[in-house]
Design a protein around this ligand. Structure first.
Ligand code: ZN
Length: 330
C-alpha cells in the first residue's frame, strides 16, 4: 500500500508555492506582492489531544511528539523551540487558538498517515496556529526498535512537525512502482520526502542533511549567515526558464546532498545554508513522485537529467555567482 504522509490541508496557504528564489523547501504566502516564508515568530506552544487510537494511546502520541520535537530542537544550526502545554479535549483541525496534535479516525483517507493544517497571518506570514492529525486507522508502533508491519509514530511525527515548522516536501528520494500501482521507497534522502518508508522501519527518526539545511534556512542560528554558503542559478530549456526543475547539490568532499526546485518562470533556484565548499549540480525532472505533492500547478517534466558544466563553490558567508544549467527534451 502506498502511504502519503501529510498532504497539507491548506488554510490561507499557497499550496506548493514555495517562496521565491532565495528560499527552498519552504511554505510561502503572498504578502504585498511577494512570497514570504511561513514561520513561527514565537516558541511552538502545542497541546496533545486526549483521543486514543486502537493501536496507540494519547500518551504514546505525546511521547512520540516529544521525541520528534526534541530532534528538531537539537539541530545546532537552527533555533527551534517547542513548549508542551498539556493534554486537551480539543481536536486537530479546529481553528480554536490551540495548536493541537492528535489521533483522528479518518477512514476516507486510507492512504494518508497524517496531515498538518495552518492558520497564517497573511500580513506577515506568521503561523498563528497549526494542527496535526495522525490517522488512527493505521497500526502504529511506539516501540524503541520499531514493530514489523506497523508504522513508526515518531518518524511520522518528525515529518509532520517539519511541516508544522514551515517546511514543504523534499524530492530527495527514490521510489519504485509496486504491483498494486502504488510506490515503495527504495532510498530516502530526507525525512521530508512525501512518501513514508515501509512499515517496521525507524530510519526516519533521524534528520538528514537536506532537512537540516531547510530548517536552518527558516530559523537560522546567529552564526549561520557567516558560516554557511549558498548556490544560485537557473535551469533553462531551449533558452527558456524551467519552473519546477529539481536541482540537487552534491558535495564530493563530505557526501552531503541538498536540493531545491527552480521556483519561478525564469527557472531560478537557490540552495542556502550549505557547508562551504565545492558542489556538483544536477538538474532532473520531478518524475519519480506525484507532482501535486510539491506544486499546485502543472510543471514540465519532459527533459533529461543534466549537470552543471563545472563544479560550483558555495562561499562562506555568501552565494555563488549564478550558474545556468541547460537541459534538453527527452
Ligand atoms: Zn508531508
Amino acid at each position: 500500500m502506498r502511504q502519503v504522509i501529510g498532504r497539507f490541508v491548506a488554510i490561507l496557504l499557497v499550496a506548493g508555492a514555495s517562496s521565491s528564489v532565495d528560499a527552498y523547501l519552504k511554505l510561502g504566502t503572498p504578502v504585498d506582492g511577494r512570497v514570504v516564508d511561513v514561520t513561527w515568530r514565537a516558541p511552538v506552544r502545542y497541546f496533545v489531544s486526549d483521543a486514543d487510537a486502537g493501536s496507540a494511546s494519547a500518551n504514546d502520541l505525546l511521547g512520540a511528539v516529544s521525541r520528534a520535537s526534541a530532534t528538531w530542537q537539537a539541530v545546532p544550526s537552527a533555533t527551534v523551540r517547542f513548549e508542551f502545554q498539556g493534554i486537551t479535549a480539543s481536536v486537530p483541525g479546529m481553528v480554536d487558538g490551540r495548536t493541537t496534535l492528535g489521533f483522528q479516525d479518518r477512514p476516507e483517507l486510507d492512504r494518508v498517515l497524517g496531515a498538518t493544517s495552518f492558520l497564517i497571518d497573511t500580513t506577515d506570514g506568521a503561523i498563528v496556529e497549526a494542527d496535526v492529525f495522525f490517522n488512527s486507522r493505521f497500526a502504529w508502533s511506539v516501540s524503541a526498535a520499531g514493530t514489523p508491519g506497523r508504522v513508526d509514530l515518531e518518524s511520522v511525527a518528525l515529518h509532520e512537525l517539519g511541516h508544522l515548522l514551515g517546511l514543504s516536501h523534499s524530492a530527495l528520494g527514490e521510489t519504485e512502482l509496486t504491483g498494486t500501482g502504488g510506490r515503495r521507497v527504495i532510498a530516502s534522502g530526507s525525512v521530508m520526502f512525501p512518501i513514508a518508508m515501509a512499515a517496521g522501519t525507524i530510519a526516519d527518526r533521524v534528520l538528514q542533511t537536506d532537512d537540516i539545511a531547510g530548517i536552518s534556512d527558516l530559523y537560522p542560528a546567529a552564526d549561520q549567515l557567516t558560516t554557511t554558503g549558498g548556490i544560485a542559478g537557473r535551469v533553462t530549456k531551449n533558452g527558456q526558464g524551467l519552473l519546477g526543475a529539481h536541482v540537487v547539490a552534491f558535495n564530493p568532499e563530505t557526501g552531503a546532498v541538498v536540493a531545491n526546485f527552480a521556483l519561478n518562470a525564469n527557472g531560478e533556484f537557490a540552495i542556502a545554508r550549505l557547508e562551504p565548499g565545492p558542489y556538483i549540480l544536477r538538474a532532473e525532472p520531478l518524475d519519480d513522485a506525484e507532482v501535486d505533492s510539491f506544486f499546485s500547478s502543472a510543471i514540465d517534466v519532459d527533459f533529461r537529467v543534466a549537470y552543471a558544466s563545472r563544479m560550483v563553490v558555495a562561499p562562506r558567508g555568501g552565494a555563488s555567482a549564478p550558474i545556468e544549467i541547460k537541459v534538453i527534451a527527452k
